[in-house]
Design a protein around this ligand. Structure first.
Ligand code: IPM
Ligand code: MG
Length: 352
């Protein structure tokens, strides 16, 4: 097949890990006879430096014209001052493309359990997907700033909640049939609406699913005490942001978790859940697996290429099974591989 992919490397380790993901997509194209046109564009701090705008018009139009978008990472201390922030480019892109459902699977690899701070017996059987609402809530509400006060308004509409809950419901139907909605309904009005709408959508449209509601503070605890009991978690934007960083510790590292951001159509934005990690940028220390696995999600969810996605996922599985490690998941005394060594190994396996 022919497909056009917008590639936005961004900042920090973004270009290093994103470059590996693009190399793997090239390997997939060669092995399976596809033609992927990769259009690189600026986003985040890199775009601010070049144009003053974290999401320049040319990047917008390239992404709108693409079948799928891949993003490395954005942000860094260099842009912490008063000017535009790199992160606002990513947020604007999610909004522009209507990507309201952020899918973040968490399935620790049994052989990488030593990398997790959580006891192996608690990690046994952990296999969950967090569906994070991505274009609403406090991230996108009205903001104000005075010298001595500031506000961030959290707003949700019924429609915004319905569509993301529906997406999570469909996902749970194809899995173990359990859905956990996370909110703060004991304090927040938006959460009370969230709970009401979620209950209606699931009981009316997905009656076979088991639905539970839990408060976000308890969810933070259960993620560590009984993570294997979660199947699909659906939650609002900021709770999902926080809980998925926490959940990444079950897998052992943020460097292992991919994500997909989807709207109503097939076009999606794919990115590792980790940030730009400026402290390790340029040192070939970063783990490219989250990025490469995001490429696999791109193939499956935007291009419908299941076999190709599995070829990537199986390669990463076997590399971890054989004990190869990057710096983030290496145990004491283990000599880690570099970003490109791991990328090359995965490319080799994908090529078969
Ligand atoms: C994420 C990131 C972003 C977010 C930042 C970079 C704006 O933390 O994708 O989880 O908060 O959504
Ligand atoms: Mg985050």
């Amino acid at each position: 097949m022919k497909a056009t992919i917008a590639y936005l490397p961004g900042d920090g380790i973004g270009p290093e890990v994103g470059g590996m993901a693009m190399a793997i997509l090239d390997a997939v194209a060669a092995r399976f006879g596809h033609e992927f046109h990769i259009n690189e564009c600026l986003v985040g701090g890199a775009a601010i430096d070049a144009t003053g705008d974290p999401l320049p018009p040319q990047t917008r139009s390239t992404c709108e014209a693409a079948d799928a978008i891949f993003l490395g990472a954005v942000g860094g201390p260099k842009w912490d001052g008063d000017g535009p922030r790199p992160e606002s480019g990513l947020l604007a892109l999610r909004k522009l493309l209507g990507l309201y459902a952020n899918i973040r699977p968490v399935r620790p690899h049994p052989r990488a359990a030593a990398a997790s701070p959580i006891k192996p017996e608690i990690l046994k059987g952990v296999d969950m997907v967090v569906v994070r609402e991505l274009t609403g809530g406090i991230y996108f509400g009205k903001k104000s700033r005075e010298t001595d006060s500031a506000t961030d308004v959290c707003t949700y509409t019924r429609t915004e909640i319905e569509r993301v809950v529906r997406r999570a419901g469909k996902l749970a139907q194809g899995r173990r049939g359990k859905i956990t909605s996370v909110d703060k309904a004991n304090v927040l009005e938006t959460s009370r609406l969230w709970r009401e709408v979620t209950t209606r959508v699931i009981t009316e449209e997905f009656p076979a699913l088991e639905l539970e509601h839990i408060l976000v503070d308890a969810a933070a605890m259960y993620l560590l005490s009984r993570p294997a009991e979660f199947d699909v978690i659906v939650t609002e934007n900021m709770f999902g942001d926080i809980l998925t960083d926490e959940a990444s510790m079950l897998a052992g590292s943020m460097g292992l978790l991919p994500s997909a951001s989807l709207g109503d159509g097939p076009r999606g934005l794919y990115e590792p859940i980790h940030g730009s990690a400026p402290d390790i940028a340029g040192k070939s220390l970063a783990n490219p697996m989250a990025s490469i696995l995001s490429g696999a999600m791109l193939l499956r969810l935007s291009l419908g290429l299941n076999t190709e996605a599995e070829a990537i996922e199986n390669s990463i599985d076997s590399i971890l099974s054989e004990g190869y490690r990057t710096d983030d998941i290496a145990s004491n005394g283990e000599r880690p591989l570099t970003t490109s060594q791991v990328g090359d190994m995965i490319a080799g396996l994908v090529m078969g």
